[in-house]
Design a protein around this ligand. Structure first.
Ligand SMILES: Cc1cc2nc3c(=O)[nH]c(=O)nc-3n(C[C@H](O)[C@H](O)[C@H](O)COP(=O)(O)OP(=O)(O)OC[C@H]3O[C@@H](n4cnc5c(N)ncnc54)[C@H](O)[C@@H]3O)c2cc1C
Length: 646
């Protein structure tokens, strides 16, 4: 790490006033752009997931000219479509004691007091109108017999605040946002560029002015300028290779923004989800998530004996260890994800694991079937049960599911202020691409919410603060030297990959990197493990950059290996930053569990005195020597305390 740790000099722009009033105060005092002037502004939105679709549709509805980009062949293939379990809102429909304040506290505590109070409160506050918006769009949420929207619980909370559409909530929410986007496309307010991968940002005089994308069908580089750019490119958990994310998810859009001046915050905080399907062989390229919602009714256990050979149905109650219920009686199977994943790994590492590779635990619906009946369970989780059956050929209502922890969600991402602007003026980051709301561990069902409110409610209010004094400012020409220089650099990179003529497949690098990261910078981290991982990553990167890669030579038609090579180059740099971040944080908090910092009973031991900050990294030109800045976190309304789920 660069010795020169620098003073944090960015303004987080947290509004004054009492917590409950901050967002209202902010909205009241935000600048406005008159409807006639909005059409003079061109906004680029990179990404068409829930956050990107929501932002593009809302900004276009307001009158801005929007260009929307995604690397998929259709906007609705964004990874939000895969989200299953639900979306949180403090509506208190169940009358079980929920409120905005309770949701704020649950989220702050769930993130182990490593997020900003003001952001978390706003997220909770905006959850209420968001559900109304989704219902107006026609999102088919599950309902109770009386017509009210149904709610269930997710990990880390003791109320039911999760709204859901069976096990397809992300799909239904994205379709809502997608139809809003399509409406604007048909009205001519949004221009959609599919099969277009962002490869660089154009920053002129310190401000974001344009992007360069590669048309993935014909290989042409295309240049676009704009008055502001929004990064909505999703998470980078796929860096672990085996993860719950789709194969195409990657870090390129956030990493290249970082290399152009945007601070990268808390890069090492990755959520390892407790209920994914276990790895079953060495050839798999992804793992499948089984939604956390299943933990509402399923019970997690392993046999008490390491020598157990009976099939699960034959193992009597007294020989089962319901370890979450035993260790965390008040939250039981709904303990938060970081805690549940570590507990599963602990059982597996101690040889209590089950399944052919002994790398899983059971998720069992036997009791729920007796109390609720198959019909109710099917109504709640039918598509998840079908998915499990299709993949494993086992009916989870007859035999327990096998589940295991797997890389899932990036709490870290581009640093943004309260306005969702990165440290580069005019460059915004929304949804999973930013670091903002979840602290060191995201609570289940808070991410669809964050992506949605960032796009629908927050960005449209904050953007005019940047644009209002630029009404007559034209666009930068795409022949500006900054565009040409960047274009040249990308051409050279593509040339390097297609001419490399090496032996090793990009996927082989990715697999190796994923294993290094999962072992050293996954569920458990240690000083020695991280130091040796950094060295191994540096060697792997050196090998990659020496040209030992096998990529088909045609750069001017669809070339998936070429796409992967560019993404891999970025992963190999980001991976080192993740390890450096994990190494400097000499505490355990949320998903970041440093073996050296645990309580006597193996729980995470936070160090608020020395680490109550967001680690923000500035690109120094040398990936091994990032410049660290610390944004101190202040708590005025809910003071950090031990995170106890027992
Ligand atoms: C299996 C699974 C289940 C989940 N279930 C839930 C749940 O039940 N509840 C919950 O709250 N959260 C859930 N999550 C998390 C949640 O789905 C995501 O955090 C959220 O959908 C992210 O939305 P997004 O808009 O930020 O990004 P995404 O939906 O990932 O969209 C990213 C977009 O960026 C584009 N893109 C990326 N890079 C580039 C580039 N270089 N150039 C051009 N385009 C680019 C992609 O094409 C895509 O359009 C789940 C996640 C997974 C993996």
């Amino acid at each position: 790490m660069n010795e020169k740790e620098k003073k944090f000099h960015w303004d987080s722009k947290i509004p004054d006033g009492p917590l409950e009033e901050k967002w209202n105060f902010f909205k009241r005092n935000s600048k406005l752009i008159s409807p006639n002037n909005r059409k003079k502004f061109k906004i680029i939105v990179v990404g068409t997931g829930l956050s990107g679709c929501a932002a593009a549709a809302t900004l276009a509805e307001q009158g801005y000219q929007v260009s929307s980009f995604c690397f998929h062949e259709s906007a609705r293939r964004a990874h939000s479509i895969a989200a299953q379990g639900g979306v949180n809102a403090a509506k208190n429909y169940k009358n079980d004691g929920d409120s905005v304040t309770r949701m704020f506290r649950d989220t702050l505590k769930g993130g182990d007091f490593r997020s900003r109070e003001a952001n978390v409160y706003r997220l909770s506050e905006c959850s209420i109108p968001f559900i109304d918006l989704a219902v107006s769009q026609g999102v088919p949420f599950n309902r109770e017999y009386g017509g009210y929207l149904e709610n269930r619980s997710f990990g880390g909370v003791q109320v039911s605040r999760t709204f859901y559409s069976k096990g397809q909530t992300g799909q239904q929410l994205l379709l809502g946002a997608y139809q809003a986007l399509m409406r604007q496309i048909h009205l001519g307010n949004v221009k959609l560029y599919t099969n277009s991968e962002l490869l660089d940002y154009i920053i002129i005089d310190g401000q974001a002015k344009g992007i360069i994308v590669r048309n993935l069908l014909n290989g042409q580089l295309e240049k676009y300028s704009a008055h502001a750019i929004v990064v909505a490119s999703g998470g980078f958990g796929k860096i672990y290779y085996l993860s719950t994310l789709a194969l195409g998810c990657n870090a390129t859009a956030v990493w290249r923004a970082h290399k152009k001046g945007a601070l990268f915050a808390n890069p090492s905080w990755t959520q390892i989800h407790p209920t994914s399907l276990p790895q079953s062989n060495g050839y798999q390229s992804k793992l499948t998530l089984m939604s956390e919602s299943l933990r509402n009714d399923g019970r997690i256990w392993v046999p008490k004996s390491k020598e157990e050979h009976r099939s699960p149905g034959d193992i009597p109650e007294e020989d089962r260890d319901y370890y979450l219920e035993r260790k965390y009686p008040s939250y039981g199977n709904l303990a938060p994800r970081d805690i549940s994943s570590r507990a599963a790994k602990e059982r597996i590492d101690l040889d209590f694991g089950v399944g052919p590779l002994k790398n899983a635990v059971y998720l069992d619906f036997k009791d729920a079937k007796k109390t609720l009946g198959e019909e109710v369970l099917r109504a709640r989780y039918g598509n998840l049960f079908d998915m499990y059956k299709k993949i494993t050929d086992v009916n989870p209502l007859s035999e327990p599911m096998l589940i295991s922890p797997s890389a899932h969600f990036s709490m870290g991402g581009l640093w943004v202020d309260y306005e969702l602007m990165t440290s580069v003026p005019g460059l915004y980051a929304i949804g999973e691409a930013n670091f903002a709301d979840h602290g060191a561990n995201r609570l289940g069902a808070n991410s669809l919410l964050q992506a949605s409110v960032d796009g629908y409610f927050i960005l449209p209010v904050t953007l005019p603060n940047y644009l209002h004094d630029k009404v007559n400012l034209g666009l930068v020409s795409t022949d500006h030297p900054s565009f040409l220089e960047s274009e040249e650099k990308i051409k050279n990179e593509i040339h390097f990959f297609t001419k490399a003529n090496g032996q090793k497949l990009v996927d082989d690098y990715h697999k190796e990197l994923g294993k290094i990261l999962y072992d050293a910078c996954g569920l458990k981290r240690s000083e020695s493990g991280l130091k040796s991982a950094i060295e191994t990553i540096q060697n792997l990167r050196e090998n990659f950059l020496s040209g030992n890669i096998k990529v088909p030579t045609d750069a001017f038609s669809k070339n998936a290996e070429l796409e992967k090579a560019g993404r891999m180059k970025d992963y190999l740099e980001l991976a080192e930053l993740m390890c450096l971040d994990a190494l400097l944080r000499e505490e355990s908090c949320g998903a970041h569990f440093r073996m050296e910092h645990q309580t006597a009973d193996g729980e995470a031991k936070r160090d608020d005195k020395n680490f109550q900050f967001v680690s923000c990294f500035e690109w120094s030109g040398d990936v091994s020597k990032p410049i660290l800045h610390k944004e101190t976190l202040e708590f005025e309304y809910f003071f950090p305390k031990d995170r106890d789920y027992k």
